[in-house]
Design a protein around this ligand. Sequence first.
Ligand SMILES: Nc1ncnc2c1ncn2[C@@H]1O[C@H](COP(=O)(O)OP(=O)(O)O)[C@@H](O)[C@H]1O
Ligand SMILES: [Mg+2]
Length: 209
Amino acid sequence: MLDAINVKVKYKVRGSIVEALRGVSLRLDKPLLVTIMGPSGSGKTTLLKAIAGRVPYEGSIRVMGLEVKDNRREASRLVFYLPVGEVLIGDLTVNESIELASMSNHGYNVGDLLEWLGLSGLGNRRIIELSTGERRRVELAIALIKGQVIILIDEPTVGLDEDNARRVGELLKAASRQGRLIIAATHDPILLEYSDLVYGMRNGLLHKY
Ligand SMILES: Nc1ncnc2c1ncn2[C@@H]1O[C@H](COP(=O)(O)OP(=O)(O)O)[C@@H](O)[C@H]1O
Ligand SMILES: [Mg+2]
């Protein structure tokens, strides 16, 4: 599903060069929940962005056999990238947010999905009226509804208490069982309990955790 070989990403910052990825290889053949653990600045977000085709990279990243940098439009139908922070529009209701995402849908029964995520009663609530945990679950609903087979999630449990973090862990695991390859970047050890595979990231390099 994903085959990354010797991926390097460099950022230019005021004349100097930051090597954010220094030769990352990662091959994942099955729908699993995969966690990439690493300290801040180690390159986790950059790796997700490279797979999503959001930053230029050297080396090769193939998703379902397609080289991402040469096939960005096709790759975006295969890979969904959920960045940290505000991807939701505060003024919309939960239902409106889901409808917006559903335009490209999917195969999910939206009602069932919202129930499964524990959001059933919240359809008419505006995003700004939700807790952080509820918001995160709306984001997951959008990620799932969009239908891409590979879902990249940056810091899925950031800002959540332990109960909500566990809930997200369970949902991600369940989603992987429905045939999605889910790659989460995090430094939250709670997610390890739900992961099929864990990699460590340090100084732009990936290693066995
Ligand atoms: N847009 C950018 N421009 C310049 N340097 C960046 C940019 N994004 C990230 N970096 C640098 O690349 C390295 C890896 O960052 P990042 O991928 O965000 O790590 P993590 O997600 O693990 O915290 C860090 O040294 C960071 O400062
Ligand atoms: Mg990051």
